[in-house]
Design a protein. Structure first.
Length: 373
């Protein structure tokens, strides 16, 4: 009996490998690609991992010890709230096909979407889940701007309204229906954002700085700035973000192919360079580098390469890593010391400025003459 069970288990594994390696027929003759489906399902898990627990730990280590549970709860609650809203209405607004400005309500509650409904050559439910993880992490990023000074109930209202009025419409304007329909009006005029430099990072960054101005600074800011209570937590969370970003950018190819492979490659190179640039600048200016500085530079490199990741080659990755590290470091100093805006965890300076920088660099390094795709 033992031998029979062992053979049976290997048979299941072999069958799964064969399914992933070759397309199978779905309803009405459409082709479902098992390899692409498996990769996007994996990427979905990786992107959710970026928020829970990656971003939660990253932010949690940067605040005062008394506020770490608040940050963790905010991130967890946002994941739950946005997941439900995504099913109810946000997915339809972002990826419906009503027109180039508004997706409509035709796919609310996944109306008309079954287990065998396809988006391109993957199940639409998988596409739905993958895009949901993007909608989750974007408002969670904004938490870093008003951390330690917004009530939990206010944060929930802000998240629900922001995701409905900002994230979903902007996603539709740039990405349109994704694999489901034509692009939105910004995509139609040539805006290119492979994995969310505009949709995720720039929208979160701009909203973060506006929220920080409206709420006001923390008590004692800018004279008294409390140092991070646990750089170790921040580094662990940053490492999780780095790993999860492979799904964030690589999964945005919506296929298991060379484009996804290049996206992962340039993502890793840009992250490493961003960290090194930040380290060198701190070393020169302050006499020694810091762990928090290095991981912040890493995130800057990742945010900068995000819009370009599917369009550029290694040279573009180098430009995004160097540019993101330099420009985002300058922005952190400008916002904190010149403008005196208490964007507590530098959401605008890192994500907003990084996303905008990467979008501009895409226009140059996507050119085939410099190795672009």
């Amino acid at each position: 009996m033992r031998r029979i069970r062992k053979i049976g288990s290997w048979s299941v594994v072999a069958g799964a490998v064969l399914l992933a390696a070759s397309p199978v027929f779905a309803q009405e003759g459409d082709l479902l690609n098992g390899a692409n489906t498996a990769w996007i399902m994996t990427s979905t898990a990786l992107v959710l991992f970026m928020t829970l627990p990656g971003l939660a730990l990253f932010y949690g280590g940067l605040v005062q010890a008394k506020n770490i549970l608040s940050v963790l709860m905010h991130c967890f609650a946002i994941a739950c709230l946005v997941s439900v809203l995504w099913l109810v209405v946000l997915y339809s607004v972002a990826f419906g096909d009503a027109n180039a400005v508004f997706g409509g309500f035709g796919k609310a509650f996944l109306w008309g979407v079954g287990a065998d409904t396809l988006a391109g050559d993957i199940p639409e439910t998988v596409f739905f889940m993958f895009q949901m993880t993007f909608a989750i992490i974007t408002p969670a990023l904004i938490v870093g701007a008003f951390v330690e000074r917004m009530k939990f109930s206010a944060m929930l209202w802000f998240t629900a309204l922001w995701a409905t009025l900002v994230y979903a419409p902007v996603a539709h304007w740039i990405w349109g229906g994704g694999l489901l329909s034509d692009g939105g009006w910004l995509g139609d005029v040539g805006v290119r954002d492979f994995a969310g430099g505009l949709v995720v990072h720039l929208t979160a960054g701009v909203s973060a700085v506006v929220a920080a101005v409206m709420i006001g600074g923390r008590e004692g800011f800018p004279r008294e700035i409390t140092p991070p209570h646990s750089p170790g937590f921040t580094m662990i969370g940053a490492a999780m973000l780095w790993v999860g970003w492979f799904g964030f950018n690589g999964g945005s190819a919506l296929a298991s192919d060379g484009a996804a492979g290049m996206a992962i490659t340039v993502t890793h190179v840009s992250a490493a360079l961003g960290a090194l640039v930040w380290m060198v600048i701190e070393w020169v200016q302050h006499g020694r580098p810091s762990l928090v500085g290095m991981v912040t530079g890493m995130v800057a490199g990742l945010a900068t390469i995000t819009p370009a990741s599917g369009f550029v080659g290694p040279l573009g990755a180098v430009a995004c890593g160097l540019g993101g590290g330099l420009v985002c470091y300058w922005a952190t100093q400008t916002l904190k010391h010149r403008l005196q805006i208490d964007d507590s965890l530098d959401v605008f300076a890192v994500h907003g400025i990084g996303g905008a920088t990467g979008t501009l660099l895409t226009a140059v390094f996507a050119w085939s003459a410099v190795g672009g795709l």
